[in-house]
Design a protein. Sequence first.
Lengths: 415, 415
Amino acid sequence: MPSERINGLAAVLDAVRTHRGVTQPRLVEQVGLGRSVVAQRVAELEAAGLIEGDGLDPSSGGRAPRRLRLRSGNGVVLGVDVAVTELVVGLADLAGGILAKRQRHIDVADGPERVLATAEAVADELIATVAGDRPVWAIGVGLPGPVEFRTGLPVAPPIMPGWDGYPVRGRLAARFRAPVWVDNDVNLMALGELRSDPAAAAAGHLLYVRAGIGIGAAIVMDGRLYRGAKGSAGDIGHVAIPEGGDAVCRCGNLGCLEAAAGGLALAREGRLLAETGLSPVLAGILAESGTILPFDVTTAAEKGDRAARALLQRTSTLLGGTLATLVSFYNPDVLILGGGIVRAKAHVLATIREVIYRRALPLATRDLRIDASSVPEELSGVTGAVHLALDEVFAPGSLEDWLAAGSPSGRPPAA
Amino acid sequence: MPSERINGLAAVLDAVRTHRGVTQPRLVEQVGLGRSVVAQRVAELEAAGLIEGDGLDPSSGGRAPRRLRLRSGNGVVLGVDVAVTELVVGLADLAGGILAKRQRHIDVADGPERVLATAEAVADELIATVAGDRPVWAIGVGLPGPVEFRTGLPVAPPIMPGWDGYPVRGRLAARFRAPVWVDNDVNLMALGELRSDPAAAAAGHLLYVRAGIGIGAAIVMDGRLYRGAKGSAGDIGHVAIPEGGDAVCRCGNLGCLEAAAGGLALAREGRLLAETGLSPVLAGILAESGTILPFDVTTAAEKGDRAARALLQRTSTLLGGTLATLVSFYNPDVLILGGGIVRAKAHVLATIREVIYRRALPLATRDLRIDASSVPEELSGVTGAVHLALDEVFAPGSLEDWLAAGSPSGRPPAA
């Protein structure tokens, strides 16, 4: 049966690519297929040029078993992380190792034509200088708004004028002649976390919450991203919160989490503290730079400014309240905080933990781990975009196409 | 490999038990194993007395294919649904058909000794009068509070004094010498819905919300219950809501959903409307019966009482607000409302839908179906308890034990 054969192939390939140096005896344990089947699949994957030997393991009596690894130099993948004011493009090998990355200031509100043209130009530069003759196998893209994952289309993104329904996938696929997957940036940050932090990967049920200018969550279930019926799962920036009051959010609704606890609210409140003189440190920053950024509040708190500390505490109490609801509802093993908030973790983590432990169901918090992300903020989105591309291009369905096409070039067929 | 063999067996058995009258050619399609493997598994299951022939399908040229079915009369399963003021015990065959059920008024606050003694007495009665010589294969139990599914222990249930950590599973397993699984009652209502409503079963991601005296949710993902890290997923009765104010909940916290939108709040507000004369119909009910039950508010609304209608609308606005948050977060295909609220659906469904469509992310509500449960309220818990027992006793792990024990009695080994 072809589907079983392909599944066996995909399973063996997946085990080799995620456990570099694995041997055939260990593959038998991991994949749960028989020895002869595994040997056959390994031979097929070697013949297709997808995997190769990587030296020998010490013998445990008989013949020393051969270590295997992905031929990660067969091609490259592109990761494109579009944030609200920044674009990061990374080029990685097939094992997910970032070979080079470039950053550009953008404004996502300039619309898809301008932003994607910049991304394409940066990608061209990276390919020309780093990829050599290695073809682009796949592209992963993260956007700061809701994306229908199946089609790769942004759908009614509240802060991205011009992006609604824009064919991001079609444009980049035609430009680079490679399959493209598009996802919400928070999902990709969570994926980056999973692939970079063994403890996060080991947790069955993970909730990743990115708090910065935007607030969003990603849901990981049994080690895999859960995207929901339409791909919008985790979109919590605009839920109504008890302390939301009548503040009008940029989405048009009242009392949204983001309007009360997002980075813009933090900056606005920080500016008030500066202007009223309640925060001497923030007043100094405002006098010097003419503006207050969210990060300035953290800087002031670090310098011992009491008003700035109280503001951070209030913001984390608001965020913690919504997270307590989600912890009660979803009952994760691990809650990871990412985004701009990580820079303020010394001032916010204890408050967030305290609110969640007080407000969520005791059974849901019993062994719950709450931590800040360990992936550097500027890398997490692009790392996730690269891993999205790799996970999808090596998924059983894609692999099936690849092998059916019998491509001898070491390159999968364009989606 | 034994695990593959058992998985094949379990898959074939599962297909036969969930598709009565299935033939071997159709099993091949459904299970995704080869013809000869399926034929072998069918023979093994017949030899073990688990399945049997069920007549012949019309021939499509060759030999007419034999229909297969579970030998559902080999044994019985017990379903025990413990609600706050009511206990339902049902006895079902191995296909989940309820053979008989009995209902008793209880008070869950009387503690596990009294409540379970009542359940045992009722079960004894049912077994003596209905089971004949069929052994009890398994027992499913639903409790109105958080349950750690792995151990079957209630954990710090807010409204069940004396139940915290009580060994429900151990007690019933010893008493009936059968394996026991215990779960939150809302999870079981959702399971009952899934097994009774083909449209619900076909939805990949379902959110089932029970609103009555208690408010809780169950999460269905890819057709299976998601219970979370500890088994408490869906426990939303005590999340803080924007309109919760400073009302003290019976759980000890402030501003909980249940304290504002649960059945007790509805009855309390209804009583106020009666006492102040704002609701003539409720005033009449209070004068006659001396009390106002949640359902009385629905009755008054049905008689055209404007204050009662406004109260129901306010309650459904509060509930809808929390559901909008969960819809944004979880992005289900289908949201099913169950519990006491179903009796008021003519008055609440439109408001709940309106709040969710207005407040949740557009992408999350685009094809969302929101409906009231189609399973009669008094049956949904016990139906779910029966199906929990069946799903678990026929799961690959249990089946493995069963076959290893080589039990000739048609009875699985006690857990």
